[in-house]
Design a protein around this ligand. Structure first.
Ligand code: MG
Length: 387
């Protein structure tokens, strides 16, 4: 198939309330959406690196610019038979996983449509629904958090994730544990600690957590391996793993016992599936993470979560949890399984995966560009007519 054109959008999606983590506070989530058109069929992809390079070294304006100026021109007008041919074309560009992910995911969705096959089946998924968890950022008070966790427990969520950072750490988790003695839960440190904090993590061992997510630096593997050897609680990596090569190193070093896989962080679905398969072979359980993507990205996360080794509930949320209006239409569907556990439901209908609603996309756009091969090639103009 010949890639006819690529539209790229940087959007800012206002949150219902600020999202606070170890690296700061966001009032809106900045995301990058890509639309690839080929033979009259289009596929959408989304990656969400946030407004500033705080979660990782990437940021939304940078990812947008890179798709517009480098990645997009390198693939537009190309004949690409399957999505597997995309990543080798992008390999000349170092890093920049979120930018690559937006293209990779768009092409997977395009291939899903062209092959009349739902994305989750194309990826090799085996599950009909994906169990999901509840996540809580830093709140104004522990009472607020306990109220929210209780709400999640009453709604049937089987696991809870708490953000963990200076000023919101051991006392908070201890209080949640004493209030909910049997609750399956873990903490996410977003790479804000060092090995000097080993005592703090050893203190968590007595609280029976499922895992400690990304306690140390965002690009570290060696110190995570050292920390894991000093703890009973499993270490889970998130930020540190952006490629199969790093995962192979992490497995060899013993840096983690769980892996959080986010398609955006790892360059798209192609690498996400490869990481899943490597973990499965190494008997490391996985779970699908997220960066508060719109329904476009959430639907992709649901499809990925149907793969066999995603055994811990995913970070995929009903649209109204964070946003007044989600960009996507139709919305991702949610339900409950036989045990009453909330689940996300993959789309069986390849013809209408969640894609941006035209009006809501217009309202959220910060910048937009079109990459095509014609002499009339535009940048930043005419995108409204071409959405
Ligand atoms: Mg994380």
């Amino acid at each position: 198939m010949r890639i006819a054109s690529i539209n790229v959008y940087h959007v800012a999606m206002p949150l219902l309330y600020p999202w606070r983590t170890a690296y700061g506070e966001d009032a809106a989530i900045d995301s990058v959406l890509v639309r690839i058109e080929s033979d009259g069929v289009c596929g959408w992809g989304e990656a969400t690196p946030f407004a500033r390079p705080e979660y990782s070294a990437e940021w939304a304006h940078g990812a947008f610019s890179l798709v517009r100026d480098c990645l997009g021109p390198s693939v537009v007008a190309a004949d690409i038979e399957t999505v597997a041919e995309l990543q080798p074309r992008l390999a000349q560009f170092k890093g920049n996983y979120f930018a690559k992910a937006a293209l990779d995911i768009a092409l997977w969705n395009l291939e899903s449509k062209k092959r009349n096959t739902p994305l989750h089946k194309l990826l090799g998924g085996t599950r009909s629904v994906v169990p999901i968890g509840a996540d809580f950022g830093v709140m104004d008070s522990i009472d607020d958090l306990l109220f929210a966790v209780n709400d999640a427990v009453e709604s049937g969520f089987s696991r809870v994730k708490l953000k963990f950072c200076r000023g919101w750490e051991l006392a908070v988790v201890s209080e949640v544990r004493s209030t909910f003695p049997k609750l399956k839960m873990h903490v996410d440190c977003n790479s804000s600690y060092t090995l000097d904090d080993v005592g703090l993590f050893q203190a968590l061992d007595s609280l029976g957590l499922e895992m400690i997510e990304q306690p140390l630096a965002h690009d570290d593997l060696v110190e995570h391996a050292k920390l894991q050897r000093m703890l009973q609680t499993p270490v889970c990596l998130d930020e540190s793993i952006v490629s199969a090569r790093q995962l192979k190193d992490a497995i060899e070093l013993g840096s983690c016992q769980y892996l959080n896989i986010k398609p955006g962080r790892v360059g798209g679905l192609t690498c996400a599936v490869e990481l899943h398969d490597l973990c499965k072979a190494a008997e490391i359980p996985c779970w699908v993470g997220g960066n508060l993507e719109s329904g476009v990205g959430a639907a992709v996360a649901v499809a990925l979560g149907t793969l066999e080794n995603f055994v811990y509930p995913a970070d995929i949320f009903p649209n109204g949890r964070f946003y007044q209006d989600d960009l996507a239409s139709p919305l991702v569907r949610f339900g409950k399984d036989a045990e009453g556990q909330p689940v996300a439901i993959p789309s069986e209908t390849y013809e209408d995966p969640p894609e941006p609603d035209r009006d809501r996309l217009s309202q959220a756009v910060v910048e937009a560009a079109l990459v095509d091969s014609g002499p009339e090639r535009e940048k930043g103009e005419g995108w409204r007519e071409r959405m």
